[in-house]
Design a protein around this ligand. Sequence first.
Ligand code: ZN
Length: 149
Amino acid sequence: MTAVQIFNVKHNGVLSVEKIQKSDAEWKKMLTQKQYEITTKKGTEAPGSCPVDEVHEPGIFQCIRCGTDLFRSSTKFESGTGWPSFYEPVSPLNIVEQPDRTLGMVRTEVLCVRCGSHLGHVFTDGPQPTGKRYCMNGFALRFEPEGKL
Ligand SMILES: [Zn+2]
């Protein structure tokens, strides 16, 4: 097994955890059809189709597959796209950004560092302070309200 360093909000520090590697069939068993298609097959949800986009209370958006902390509510903004949008991740440690040349475009894909889940893409037309727009699939995320952390 391979270890990976992630930032954990509850512990307010970096933890070393095992990477999670599962086959397509294993993920399919654990997830809903929509979650599976997005996170494992790199799908995209229809804009405005996920209730996660409407969440604005304080808390953390975590990876639906492995629970890694990904984005804070405080960095969520109204992008008008119908997809949950953030200007920065919890920590650069927690995500992987890699070039995606599908669909005749050059985009930057965002994945969970621990389980390799496809989360969405990052663009450079976001608000300050980073100027980045992490355009996520709500079905790739689960929301943990602040009190529960
Ligand atoms: Zn994950």
